[in-house]
Design a protein around this ligand. Structure first.
Ligand code: S3P
Length: 202
């Protein structure tokens, strides 16, 4: 199977079975892309647990590297400086151990980052409709781009600009309005041709 290293295995024990089975180790990082509110972090964390690999959130890593929140970075240094830091941090994460990586919504728009993701990762676009995105982003007010105007209008503009580029991801999954586990199941189903049914089984 494409996403796994031949010969490298991890042993897992199945509930209700006396003996163990082995699954191969994930060969490539899985990068989740998509707009703010698509569920990249929430699905990513669950996906990592399911695949038994670490999880990294690019925004959190950028904040740790900068010693400042994303809002502070935007306020003090501007978006261009944030994008520069984002490019560096994602490049570092892609060179690290295989993991599930939730990227920031704008990062896949950067041609260098996009090329690196294509080279080092399997990318999944979590696609969501406008109303779902709006309802999700309204729960938190820490996204500088959404403070620049009416959030619906901003998201509409970003959808028009970004969707054609997100469509370059290896896999597209439509997210569901409901418990994250339902969308997670869709992601796992979409991964079967890449990783094999055994690899994504619970
Ligand atoms: C951004 C998305 C945010 C964060 C920053 C800019 C964007 O990440 O990186 O506020 O340009 O779409 P999330 O997609 O995780 O919210």
């Amino acid at each position: 199977m494409l996403g796994w290293v031949h010969g490298e295995t991890a042993t897992v024990y199945r509930r209700g079975m006396g003996d163990s089975m082995t699954v191969p180790s994930l060969r490539k990082t899985i990068a989740l892309v998509g707009l703010m509110g698509a569920g990249k972090s929430s699905i990513g964390r669950r996906l990592a647990q399911r695949l038994k690999v670490p999880f990294a959130d690019a925004d959190t890593e950028i904040e740790a590297a900068a010693g400042a929140t994303i809002e502070e970075i935007f306020e003090r240094h501007g978006e261009a400086a944030f994008r520069e830091g984002e490019r560096r941090v994602i490049a570092r994460l892609l060179e690290g151990p295989v993991q599930v990586l939730a990227t920031g919504g704008g990062s896949f728009m950067d041609p260098v980052t996009r090329a690196l993701i294509r080279e080092h990762a399997l990318s999944i676009w979590l696609r969501a409709d406008l109303d779902l995105l709006l309802s999700r982003v309204s729960r938190r007010s820490n996204r500088p781009l959404l403070k620049a105007g009416d959030p619906r209008a901003v998201l509409e503009r970003l959808m028009a600009e970004r969707h054609p580029v997100y469509a370059e991801a290896d896999i597209t999954v439509d997210t569901l309005d409901g418990p994250p586990d339902a969308t997670l199941e869709r992601v796992l189903t979409a991964l079967v041709p890449y990783l094999g049914a055994e690899a994504v089984a619970s």
